[in-house]
Write a new protein. Structure first.
Length: 176
């Protein structure tokens, strides 16, 4: 519900494009100490996208009282907040309580849900240990991150799809 000129709209769209191209797709390697993911930016520029820190905008202020720059910042912050929650939710597989869902495995790369992260920052780590509850069902895992080891519940973890464990079919067909 805001009117932007070409330059401000272009700035907002470029930031949104950077956000979409920074999302982690799959681990770059199966090495447990490697925490870098493959993202769409690797195909475009050969590395991950880094953004300078931006000022935090209060979402309670009406858009009409903000300068155009602050409107763009608020639009970017709103997009990030919504996109990061929806993208992470899509990564989590949900199943009926009667069936056992897929849980993170040892050595698997996961995204850790953290609402306090700034835009284009994804908290990634590898599962190093799982801890069963009193009923014998695993519900908590230790995650190795770049800053140390964290203990998080499974509902805060989203496994990245891994293509490294799946062997690609030979395009020439089966071997004779």
């Amino acid at each position: 519900m805001t009117n932007l000129d070409y330059e401000h709209m272009n700035s907002a769209l470029v930031h949104i494009e950077g956000t979409l191209n920074s999302r982690p797709l799959t681990p770059l390697s199966s090495d447990p100490s490697e925490l870098a993911p493959l993202c769409p930016a690797h195909f475009l520029i050969g590395r991950t996208i880094t953004l300078p820190p931006a000022p935090q905008v209060e979402e309670t202020r009406p858009l009409t009282t903000l300068s155009k720059y602050m409107r763009v910042q608020q639009l970017k912050a709103h997009f990030w907040k919504r996109y990061s929650k929806e993208y992470i939710s899509e990564l989590q597989s949900r199943s009926k309580w009667r069936t056992q869902g897929a849980h993170p495995q040892l050595g698997e790369m996961v995204i850790i849900k953290d609402d306090r992260l700034p835009p284009n920052r994804w908290l990634l780590g590898r599962v190093t240990a799982v801890h069963p509850g009193s009923d014998g069902v695993n519900r908590v895992a230790d995650i190795l991150t770049t800053t140390g080891t964290l203990r998080r519940a499974y509902n805060r973890l989203c496994p990245l799809p891994s293509t490294l464990d799946q062997a690609a079919p030979d395009p020439r067909g089966p071997a004779c």
